[in-house]
Design a binder for this molecule. Sequence first.
Ligand SMILES: NC(=O)c1ccc[n+]([C@@H]2O[C@H](COP(=O)([O-])OP(=O)(O)OC[C@H]3O[C@@H](n4cnc5c(N)ncnc54)[C@H](O)[C@@H]3O)[C@@H](O)[C@H]2O)c1
Ligand SMILES: O=P(O)(O)OC[C@@H](O)[C@@H](O)[C@H](O)[C@H](O)CO
Length: 383
Amino acid sequence: MKAIHFGAGNIGRGFVGLLLHDAGYEVVFADVDASLIEALQAATSYTVHEAGETSTDRVVDDFRAINSRAEEERLIEEIATADIVTTAVGPTVLPFVAPVILAGLRRRAAELAPLAVMACENAINATDVLAGHVWKDVSAEDREYLSRRAAFANTAVDRIVPGQAAGSGIDVTVEAFYEWVIERGAFGDSAPVIPGATFVDNLAPYIERKLFTVNTGHATVAYLGSLAGVSRISDALSVPEVLDGARRVLEETSALLVAKHGLDEAAQRAYREKILVRFANPALPDTVERVGRQPMRKLSRHERFIGPAAEIAEGGARPTALLAAVGAALRFDVPDDEQSVELQRMLRSETAEAFTGQVCGLDPAHPLFADVVQVVRAAQDRL
Ligand SMILES: NC(=O)c1ccc[n+]([C@@H]2O[C@H](COP(=O)([O-])OP(=O)(O)OC[C@H]3O[C@@H](n4cnc5c(N)ncnc54)[C@H](O)[C@@H]3O)[C@@H](O)[C@H]2O)c1
Ligand SMILES: O=P(O)(O)OC[C@@H](O)[C@@H](O)[C@H](O)[C@H](O)CO
């Protein structure tokens, strides 16, 4: 059994690659980072350190690595004969991996079982987005037979994998917790066997609970922590205003999730309390820069702030804590982060209304629009 995994970064090596390895797949990592690929090619194994109150080391072997830019032909051949393709490259990179997946499907023998394709990104229905890019320029006639060669399944992935310390090579430090939820329907009767994953009929409650609890809370801690002058996420949790801001944001999104998906209120409370403990794990060298990275993506319409805030506003309430978190996100000013630089440029050059439309994707008629405009204006007044 063979799995091709795009993106040999933190979650790729520390989570998806590990679970596929444990499920018995030979994992072929594909990445554009030449030095990372060379390091993987030179190794026969790497170690995943699960760090927490107790620490466990897990060894991953039986993998290969391909430079997806320099060795595209080889990669297409590998995809054509693989059982699974996964990605963890970031949602904005999906358009760039789609063409090579399509080329692999074109070359795939018709008698092979459909290729299971799963985008393991922090976004709602990322696999559907990837599939959209794969089929973008394919004629209806080609799509008719090619689509029988692949099964695209949305997933939700959860494990905090921080940036790795310099000198750690290809080993990865991760938290012990993990959750990989995969929608079953796409596979018919032949879902891949991945013992570490949970297969469900309806992914929506899982991905929304994950993105609007773990990631909304995490980003809130990052942006409030950054404002408080803290660098490590675990340290940010000991700043009372940061912890309080995160708790209040999570109360807002939890109320929405409980009402929308019928989640058990006590279970959701326990879920968010556990998340705060996960964020505060002192064994994870996680930073506000990594967790707050790409703030324009995080402020977009269906993402972790505006997504739930818009639904709360549509229900007639005012998402006060989420709006405060958005205000903190607007002050995220990190010169190495292209989106942070662009965000600050747009705050200076656009009207609050244009910014709210372009960055947050809100229409003036939306009930959240005026509140976000007000927050944007306040951020502009500070510049
Ligand atoms: N790190 C986490 O805690 C975590 C947890 C859950 C989900 N995720 C999601 O996983 C994705 C990756 O996050 P990460 O933290 O591992 O980031 P990362 O930067 O560590 O890894 C991304 C990798 O993708 C590679 N890449 C970029 N463009 C590529 C391309 N065109 N083809 C092949 N590889 C390419 C990069 O070189 C890098 O090695 C994101 O969507 C993130 O939201 C991350
Ligand atoms: O990967 P992002 O940029 O969408 O979000 C940053 C972190 O919140 C994220 O990587 C978490 O560590 C992860 O989602 C935990 O499962």
